[in-house]
Design a binder for this molecule. Sequence first.
Ligand SMILES: [Mn+2]
Length: 210
Amino acid sequence: MLGGDHSIAMGSVSGQALHHRAQDESIGLLWIDAHTDINLPDTSPSGNIHGMPLSHLLGRGIPSLRRLAGKQPAVKAENVALLGIRSVDRTERRIVKETGVRAYTMTEIDERGLPTCMQEALGIVSNGTAGFHLSFDLDGVDPRVAPGVGTAVFGGLTYREAHFICEASARTGNLVGMDMVELNPTLDDRNTTAELAVELVLSALGKTIL
Ligand SMILES: [Mn+2]
């Protein structure tokens, strides 16, 4: 799924989840982002729906949106991992703790290294699931590398770290779906972010250097 606003993940992940549920399977969710996107309509300081998709996928929020995958939430919190986090609203910190999703902040990635964090995250999203969906918000990448996003935050993933995430996801053989979102061409610098997005999708589809 190409976007656009990260709120499209409510549809893409729910659709993927429904497909697998019909076969008695569940999916994991790997969420790459500067933000946790776990606000609720009544806690969001901005009111932006692109800051709320994860809550709805976990079964909270507006009934019509949280039930896109049916009565059960699209994903279980124990199978959700976030990577690249560095901008979290005060209201979201509480929701992160309440839900129990695993959020790898840039501080933790600095400290432990991306490969270690990625390996753990892949374990979380794969544990007991039929595969996992990769929801890639381009603002997870540092804005020096990916400037064409609406809510840029410095201190993000490097160019290579972004590729590593996609390459390692492809290597598992368990990647069942993907979003590449939040590209805003009017904010881009000579199409660099759009071109990065295409390269990242190729890495996620299995393109390797050698
Ligand atoms: Mn996002």
